[in-house]
Design a protein around this ligand. Structure first.
Ligand code: SF4
Ligand code: SF4
Length: 114
């Protein structure tokens, strides 16, 4: 009986689409709620520094003088505290993970004067 069941399963799987993906050539789209990486829509950023103060991992550095917003993605724990605290709602969580890297990198983003 078990052999018949196994045989029917094998035949069915030969006629249907595979359940697995050919990773890394094929990837699943990230679900919208995935905590991937923090992004800053800098056109709204006023460099107030609240996100830096709220970050428990010291991942964000804001320099008003240099008009620079930076994030160390290897320190960020994706808690979302900076996003909740931003008074301009310019921070958001991108559901895509950052690409892997062999060395620690800090993303420096220039905030243009308006
Ligand atoms: S809290 Fe928002 S507006 Fe203030 S520096 Fe951070 S990203 Fe910019
Ligand atoms: S998500 Fe959390 S750990 Fe990451 S930068 Fe924002 S406050 Fe810091």
């Amino acid at each position: 009986m078990a052999i018949l069941h196994l045989g029917s399963m094998t035949l069915r799987s030969m006629a249907t689409k595979p359940e697995t993906l050919l990773y890394p050539f094929e990837t699943k789209p990230a679900p919208h709620y995935l905590k991937g990486s923090v992004i800053n829509a800098t056109e709204d950023c006023i460099l107030c520094g609240i996100c830096e103060k709220k970050c428990p991992a010291d991942a964000i550095v804001v320099s008003k003088e240099e008009r620079n917003w930076s994030i160390d993605r290897f320190r960020c724990v994706q808690c979302g505290a900076c996003i909740d605290a931003c008074p301009k709602n310019c921070l958001s969580m991108d559901p895509a993970y950052c690409p892997p890297a062999t060395q620690k990198t800090v993303d420096n983003i220039e905030v243009e004067k308006r």
